[in-house]
Design a protein around this ligand. Structure first.
Ligand SMILES: NC(=O)c1ccc[n+]([C@@H]2O[C@H](COP(=O)([O-])OP(=O)(O)OC[C@H]3O[C@@H](n4cnc5c(N)ncnc54)[C@H](O)[C@@H]3O)[C@@H](O)[C@H]2O)c1
Length: 310
């Protein structure tokens, strides 16, 4: 019998792609989501056992007790970096207390492992590139702080309770079903505005860089981590830096669109460059990226042709 996998946040952007691939590989899939940013129609198969539930609740413990998942892929989170600076309590409640509830459930109900969606936001200001997992940790937002706090709890839970985990620090993820909130949200916004003939805003000179990774490459890292990479911290990234100007150029060339962007003032606190080393991830997970930026953007643009951000 195939393993049972619980995906928290399985109705969200990244979670729903993980669910899709798990089903493809014949895993039994349980989704827990409170639909705060996720959508039920992101789950397209009736084989999924769906629970409308908040990860901070006592009900979550009962669901884990009843469904007995072998693994938990923990994606549910409050994902907006900006909102985390406005409401730290809410961010901490979902991202720290909610994750502790997940860890507690794993400890109580013999879950084999938690795969945790962490973020490059834990590093804060770039001190050298490519950023490897030994780079200083200096989060610049409550969101980054909460992700790092959970990483520390997971390390503790492994040492004291034997709850295994793999911590995956994602760079900027993009792809179909993304909304404008997440860390790779700029691509969803550009695509949406291009199709709807709205202005495209670029902050600063557009030469700031990010490590944009296609969602399906993030999915494959999560699935590899079910069997490999116990109790390690890994970057999930392309290890390539793309400027916002280059991104814009590729997207307009895919659409054959001649529009010009509007350059606005640099936003306060914006990190200039970010690229994450993925060498260790390749070694530990026997993983590699499969999508070029062009391929990933093409699939993403195809999706936004028929979908408007709200
Ligand atoms: N998108 C990125 O670029 C990026 C980068 C780094 C890390 N991450 C992490 O990846 C994970 C998935 O992010 P995403 O971009 O798919 O965001 P998303 O908002 O699309 O997905 C989050 C999902 O979690 C659900 N959720 C939120 N709070 C919940 C709660 N209290 N109880 C139950 N469900 C809850 C939402 O309804 C949603 O379905 C998050 O942990 C995020 O921090 C994302």
């Amino acid at each position: 019998m195939n393993n049972k996998i619980m995906v928290t946040g399985g109705c969200g952007f990244i979670g729903s792609h993980i669910v899709e691939q798990l089903l493809e590989e014949n895993y039994e899939v349980i989704v827990v989501d409170n639909l705060s940013t996720g959508k039920l129609d992101h789950i397209t198969s009736d084989k999924v056992h769906f629970y409308l539930c908040d990860i901070t609740s006592d009900e979550f413990q009962q669901i884990v007790q009843e469904t007995k998942p072998d693994y938990i892929i923990h994606q549910a989170a409050h994902v907006s970096v900006i909102d985390s600076t406005i409401d730290m309590m809410h961010d901490a409640d979902v991202n720290i207390r909610g994750s502790l509830n997940v860890i507690e459930a794993a400890k109580q109900h013999q879950v084999k492992k938690i795969i945790f969606a962490s973020s490059a936001a834990v590093y804060g200001k770039t001190q050298y590139m490519p950023i490897d997992i030994h780079h200083p940790i200096c989060p610049q937002s409550p969101y980054g702080l909460s992700k790092y706090t959970v990483e520390e709890y997971l390390t503790f839970a492994s040492q004291y309770y034997g709850v295994k985990s793999t911590i995956l620090r994602y760079s900027n993820v993009y792809g179909p079903r993304q909304n404008h909130l997440g860390e790779g949200g700029v691509i969803a916004i550009f695509a949406n505005n291009m199709y709807n003939n709205k202005d495209i805003h670029i902050y600063g000179d557009g030469e700031q860089t990010r490590d944009f990774i296609y969602v399906k490459d993030v999915v494959s890292a999560n699935i590899k981590a079910l069997d490999l990479g116990d109790d390690v911290i890994l970057n999930v990234s392309t290890a390539t830096k793309f400027s916002i100007n280059y991104l814009f150029k590729v997207m307009t060339s895919i659409l054959n669109n001649k529009v010009n962007p509007l350059y606005l003032e640099t936003r306060d606190g914006e990190i200039k460059d970010s690229v994450l080393c993925n060498k260790l991830t390749k070694e530990c997970l026997h993983w590699d990226i499969s999508y070029s930026l062009h391929q990933g953007l093409k699939e993403t643009m195809d999706y936004y042709k028929n979908y408007t951000l709200v």
